[in-house]
Design a protein around this ligand. Sequence first.
Ligand SMILES: [Zn+2]
Length: 323
Amino acid sequence: MWSMNVPAATKLFVWRAVSDLLPTRKNLWKKKIVEDPLCPICNLNEETISHVMWSCPATVDVWGDTRSPISKWPSGDCNFEQKWLDLCRVMDQESMEKVAVIMRGIWYRRNKYVFENKFWRPGNVVQMAVTGLEDYYSVNEKKTGLNKGKGEDRGKSHWRCPVDVDFKVNFDGAFDQSSSKIGMGVVIRDKKGEVVAALSASRREGQNAFVAEGMALWRAMEFCLEIGMVDVEFDGDSKELIEAVMSDEEEDSRWGQIVEDIKQLRHQYSNWKVVFNYRESNEVAHNLAKMALLFDEELVWIEEVPSSIHQYIVKDNLCNDLQ
Ligand SMILES: [Zn+2]
């Protein structure tokens, strides 16, 4: 019931109906709140939940409407909870969603009659319920459409082996405010996902997390030049930094000098691309950067990574293989 794609209030209503928690005449009578348990609409039978929702002649008319998903079901008294479970077993989810909103409409009409003495025709009940559900679907589709898009983006955000270039360089920066320390992590991998080199370094004169990201990218570029790798692509998870680096416009001041320095390096190699990827695809560099905060020296590994980082390499390669 809770997995239905209907408004939360409708789910709650169905739950209350199925659990016999609605204030039907019978329930109020049992609590001695009203004097007789008869159905206020037909005055023929006790108003139990199954009577309101199922067997009252007024309700039978609603379910008999051509737009109702259960117009051919036999009426007659029943255990309502059992009826609901039976319906769930034989009907698809969308039909059950219609059943749920129509049920709520039936109860709404009943209250309108009891409290305002207005009585809707059965067609109106179905019309209102079904239209309401369609509206809900279209609003919800837009919402989930967006969410889905995001989800898919992030799904694709697992680390991938380089395609257009020989090597992919992931970089990340970490910033520790208490010690004003910057950590930088860099990992270079080839088209098979194998580690060519990794670097973990720290700087004392840290200013903020933006600068930490920038320093990491700058160090990654320098590192590639030092070890003679030019056919590379840089991947990071700081959208702001990457937009600043890839744009031709003047930077705002929060970056300090670092974006200018990076642009100069980048322009020496006109094919150097800096690409944004979600954090999930950048775990190796992220953990190398965090690790750097623990040391004051610069550590470099060739064709391997420290054992604490190894698990992230394995994970990236698994995700890449699964794509
Ligand atoms: Zn009735």
